[in-house]
Design a protein around this ligand. Sequence first.
Ligand code: ZN
Length: 680
Amino acid sequence: MPSSNPAHPSRREFLNSIGLIGIASALPAKAVFASGAPSPAAAVKDRAPLLPGAFSSLPLGSIRPKGWLKSQLQIQANGLSGHLHEIWADVGPNSGWLGGTGESWERGPYFLDGLLPLAYLLDDARLKSKAQNFVDWTLNHQAADGMIGPASNNDWWPRIVMLKALTQYQEATGDTRVLPVMDKYFQHQLAELPKRPLRDWGKFRWQDNLLSVLWLYNRTGSAYLLDLARLLHKQGFDWQGQFADFKYTQRITSEFLKLSEGNGLKDLALATHGVNNGQAVKTGPVWSLVSGSIQDRTAILKMISELDKYHGLPNGMFSCDEHLAGLDPSQGSELCTVVEYMFSLEKSLAIVGDPALGDRLERLAFNALPGTLTDDMWAHQYNQEPNQVECSLHHKPWTTDGPESNLYGLQPNFGCCTANFHQGWPKFAASLFLVSLAPDSTAQEGLVAAAYAPCEVRTTLRGTAVHVVEETEYPFRGVVRLSVNPAAPLLFPLQLRIPAWATGATISVNGQKQPAPAAGTFACITRHWKPGDRVELVFPMAPRVSRGFHDSVAVERGPLVFSYGIGESWVKLRERGEAADWQVFPSTAWNYALNVNTEAPEKSITVTETELGPVPFARRQAPVQLKVKARKLDKWRAEDGVAGPVPQSPISSEQPEETITLIPYAAAKLRITAFPLLKN
Ligand SMILES: [Zn+2]
């Protein structure tokens, strides 16, 4: 994460927040459950005495995908997400979360947590009906003591996931059953936790439990929920402590974890577990709402910088296969971690208000997420590698995972990702816009463009309906056009995230150039917006070069990371009903070192844009291609299907110079992303 331009709340803003709390505390609390659901278009703000977040999330359904993003969600619905319940028993009709005797732990809730927003964003009746079955069973089978979920286990963890799904469902539908069920469940949890404390996954993922507790508190104001929040914090793992003095700076091995002693759920294994770390990224921001501490709120920046420093990869991820695995780009990252890290960033961006979190969110959404799924979204990997030269049953360098982990398939290695990946695209689409608070008496409630993709948003600002349409082919192009349509002329601030890489970005309103926005900030345009006002944002899209492991180079353009697409030979390993498991073998050489000008990359890289096709991240019609000079490097080889560590740069090669083509990371399922740099 770039350390420049953090939009940390200033001391003035902090004190002002305290002032706001004082005012809000004096207001009469709204009656619990009195009016059922909030208006679908209204953002629900943080309620006193919480320290309000910088921004508020919009309820599910306020933001709708358009353009390529809608195509991507439709591909997902036509793929595994729309059919998994037909072919995979763990989320099928015998699921414990549908009253059956089948899988009764995390898989049903995981699936619902992504299926539900997908169904509502696409307004797909068939998928809504599938989601409704899970929701109805849970809401209609609450135990007398308040417990929810299958009676065959009482683990807190799978319920944490179900609560996330229920909050989205309530926002989308206003179903009046949700708040009372959650209220009764949390009263039960408050009474039970002293006797049956958080353990294992629940202990390390308590911040996701807290998120739903605060969601309910903002709607009911029941004071006991803050007691529950403090108890979860007390029993939960101290993630901020771990990163204040970060000890796991090396690749974690199974010997280090002593996994052979059959004690895999020790705290050491859980603290270095990739998915746990991805979920934990939100801990400081979410807890800061309760603690009121700005130090807690900004702890996320330290956490991400430590993960980057010791485990960072060029696709924006940290390595986790499935424990923290160091800086070598041949190490993998688990798909569950990709989508959980994204969700953490979406929630944290709203609370912290730091645009760098939006930069990182886009880097994951546009690279690591689509890169680890097939174009039709019928198969996924467990682990993806930035330098991925073969996906096969060969021995792999994973810290603890099995040999199938980087196959594209139905449930390679383990089925958690099969159940959990569905939340990635829908929650990203639902998080593109946020609502800003009124930080002082002169400012007004406004809209915030937090991440960019084609969409439309409908909300209400100070009682006036506002409709904004965003047309863009970002991240493949640099132009974003917004049409702003308040129902009547309305004064409000529109904040636009300017990525840290976007030096030289321009903004115009109705054709009039605005003051140059600074990279790594939110540009704010406050005016009396009238129906039909048009905003045009132009981001500079010159190629850039970043440096990594062994001083290797990776090429970027906008939020996209680029890779050399190795020739791919797909070999079906086994049928899986309508799905299948695939190995992918290289059919061309890949051992290139690049000849790029690191000071002025645009001088050594030629950009070609072609039409954006119906499958946005497909290799066959890659909408952006970069040509660059390269030479093969004889000594850089693969062993057992794994690229050796990138040779130290700079390096010489006697091989002839060639021109090679780089395509978006996600389009290349076999790829080199981190290259050695040739000596001039
Ligand atoms: Zn997983």
